[in-house]
Structures are given as structure tokens and as C-alpha cells.
Design a binder for this molecule. Structure first.
Ligand code: C2O
Length: 356
């Protein structure tokens, strides 16, 4: 049977996957218990589509709007379900042992939405609500998250507006690897903890080759791309399990580790699940991960389609929506992004012709 996310009142402090004795962020990651019975999700009735722009090409006007939205989120009291801190805690609760599989009948099994076929749909829903909350905070129903376009050469550095002006900038985060984020460095999409020493041109070409592998040669069927089956009663896979989807195991994790601060015990913020959501770059990174799902499907290659197993389609999670209502959402309802009223600005796919 499918994974069913429990009643949020069963949430406990997170303690898996990081060192809790010397953690820079709290391990109290449970959501506010304003309501415990989730409502059914209804598709948005928006009349316009939110078009997510590539961050490195975003206009000054857009950047100002994005920063105003993040600032408004930071200004909310921490207990508010839309606050910056609560949004970050969602990730920590779902990824570091905050929930068990009690609602699926397995109270002693941990719920983990990484390292399996839950990865893409969970994060799609997470960003969907986050984006709508930001739009609501600035009263802009067309607001869309930027995506960090790390799969094109001109987008491979951290988008400049995340680093400018230091602490005055709501998109800035002090817990990043300064050697990587401040100096227009090119991201290493194969990063495994040590710098490759490659020149810019070499790094760009390695990155394009990695993208080709993760989007084409190692992603020929649904489970290779989405990740291994994960059903009620299963033990979560560990990092490094070969059944993790190609993008999740590859560029997704590499970018997390590359951005996180190696001088901190848990590589806060981006380098650990429990803290990643405290860096605004997390959502911008994941917007591109989410875009990869759409791009992979649109490549038009036979086999590039979502799993059809009912245990994938009917897996569900709960989130507070932009109206502070607790809603239950299913994987099957996030497959068509048209129904969720957002899309991505088109960007070239140079890796498609970069077969290594
Ligand atoms: Cu939930 Cu990028 O990890």
C-alpha cells in the first residue's frame, strides 16, 4: 500500500541524519498543530500561469519582488505556518525522522521522502505551496519562484542576488561555503566533498556530461529517473543506495553539498536535510530539480513517463496551504503542472548534445 503521511500531531523532534549535539539549527521541526484533520486538495482556479524565471536572467524588477516576498516571510512570527522557519522545518520533519509510517499501519518505521520515488513528487508539492505563500505575502497571484539554471553554462554559478549585500539581503544565508558561493565559481555537478581543481571550461564540460547521463543514459525508465519503489512498511533507503533516482543521487545531492558550509559539523545549511530549508537557495535549487522532471518527460523519449504503480500515484503528504489550511495531496495530482498553474521559462538544453 502507499505511504500516507500521518496526522501531524504524531510528529516528534528530528534526530536522524545529523549530529544533534552541535547543530546550528533546531531539531524541533514539527508543524504548528492548528488543525489535525487535513482537507482534500482542490486544484487552483488561477486564471494566469505562474512562470518561473531562470534566476541568472531575472530582471532587477523581478529580483526586488522576490526579495520582498522572502523578507515578508522572514518577518512573520516563527510559529506562523507561513514563516521562514516553519517552511524550513517542513524539510527537517519529513527527512530526519519527524514522522513514522503510523498512518500506513507501521508506527515503528520511519517516514523518509528521500532516496526513493517519493523524492520528485514530495518536493514538487513542497515548492508549490511555498511559491503560493510567497505570492500571497506580497499580494501577487502571478508570483513564481526563480530556478537556479545550473544545467546551462551561464547559470552554473550561484545567482548573484543570493550573495549581494550580505545580511541586509533576505536571500542571503551566512551558512554557505564562501569559497564556492562568493567568487563566481562554477558549480561541480559531480561534487563529492572535495574540489575538482578543474578549469572553468573543463568543469562546464564535465557538468554537461553529467547532465546527459542523469537525464538520458542513466534515466531510461521511470524507476531509474524517479528512484526505487517505496511503500508502506519499507525501511527507508540509505544515501548511496543504487536505486536512488539519477537526478536525486547526482546533481541534486552534489549541489547541496557544494553550497553547504564544510566548516560546520552538519554542513549547514544546504549540506544536510535537517537545515537545508533555511537557505533560500534550497528552493531555487529545487525549482530546477523540479524543472528536470518536466524536461525529462518532454524530451519525447519512449519510457520517459511517470510511474503508474498505484502505490506511487496514491502516496500522500500534508502541508499548510497559502490559506493556512492543512491539506492532503497525492502524487497523482502533481503529475501535470498545468493543473497546478505554474510553468518554467524556457531555457536551452546544451547537455542534450553533450553525450560523454
Ligand atoms: Cu529534500 Cu534537496 O532535498
Amino acid at each position: 500500500s502507499p505511504i500516507t503521511t500521518p496526522d501531524i500531531s504524531t510528529c516528534v523532534p528530528s534526530k536522524e541524519g545529523f549530529n544533534t549535539n552541535d547543530s546550528a539549527r533546531s531539531n524541533e521541526c514539527c508543524p504548528p498543530a492548528m488543525s489535525t484533520t487535513p482537507k482534500d486538495f482542490v486544484f487552483p482556479k488561477d486564471t494566469t500561469i505562474r512562470v518561473r524565471p531562470a534566476a541568472h536572467r531575472a530582471s532587477a524588477e523581478y529580483v526586488a519582488k522576490y526579495k520582498a516576498a522572502i523578507q515578508a516571510m522572514r518577518d512573520l512570527p516563527d510559529e506562523h505556518p507561513h514563516s521562514f522557519v516553519q517552511q524550513a522545518k517542513i524539510h527537517c520533519a519529513y527527512c530526519n525522522g519527524g514522522y513514522s509510517q503510523i498512518a500506513s499501519g507501521f508506527p515503528d518505521k520511519t517516514l523518509q521522502i528521500h532516496n526513493s520515488w517519493l523524492f520528485f513528487p514530495f518536493h514538487r508539492w513542497y515548492l508549490y505551496f511555498y511559491e503560493r505563500i510567497l505570492g500571497k505575502l506580497i499580494d501577487d497571484p502571478t508570483f513564481a519562484l526563480p530556478y537556479w539554471n545550473w544545467d546551462v553554462p551561464s547559470g552554473m554559478g550561484v545567482p548573484a542576488f543570493f550573495e549581494e549585500d550580505g545580511k541586509k539581503n533576505p536571500a542571503f544565508d551566512a551558512f554557505r561555503n564562501v569559497n564556492h558561493v562568493s567568487a563566481a565559481a562554477i558549480v561541480d555537478l559531480d561534487y563529492n566533498g572535495s574540489d575538482s581543481g578543474a578549469t572553468c571550461l573543463q568543469q562546464i564540460s564535465t557538468n554537461l556530461g553529467a547532465m546527459y547521463k542523469q537525464m538520458v543514459s542513466n534515466a531510461a525508465d521511470p524507476l531509474s529517473f524517479f528512484g526505487g519503489e517505496f511503500r508502506a512498511g519499507d525501511d527507508p533507503y540509505g544515501n548511496g543506495d543504487p536505486s536512488i533516482g539519477s537526478i536525486e543521487a547526482g546533481c541534486h545531492t552534489a549541489v547541496h553539498r557544494w553550497v553547504g558550509n564544510p566548516r560546520m559539523l552538519n554542513n549547514e545549511d544546504m549540506g544536510n536535510f535537517y537545515s537545508a530549508g533555511y537557505d533560500p537557495l534550497f528552493y531555487v535549487h529545487h525549482a530546477n530539480v523540479d524543472r528536470m522532471w518536466k524536461v525529462w518527460k518532454d524530451l519525447g523519449i519512449p519510457g520517459h513517463s511517470e510511474p503508474t504503480d498505484p502505490d506511487w500515484l496514491n502516496a500522500s503528504y500534508v502541508f499548510y496551504d497559502e490559506n493556512e489550511e492543512l491539506v492532503r495531496v497525492y502524487n497523482k495530482d502533481c503529475v501535470q503542472i498545468e493543473n497546478l498553474k505554474y510553468d518554467f521559462e524556457v531555457s536551452p538544453l546544451p547537455w542534450f548534445s553533450s553525450r560523454p
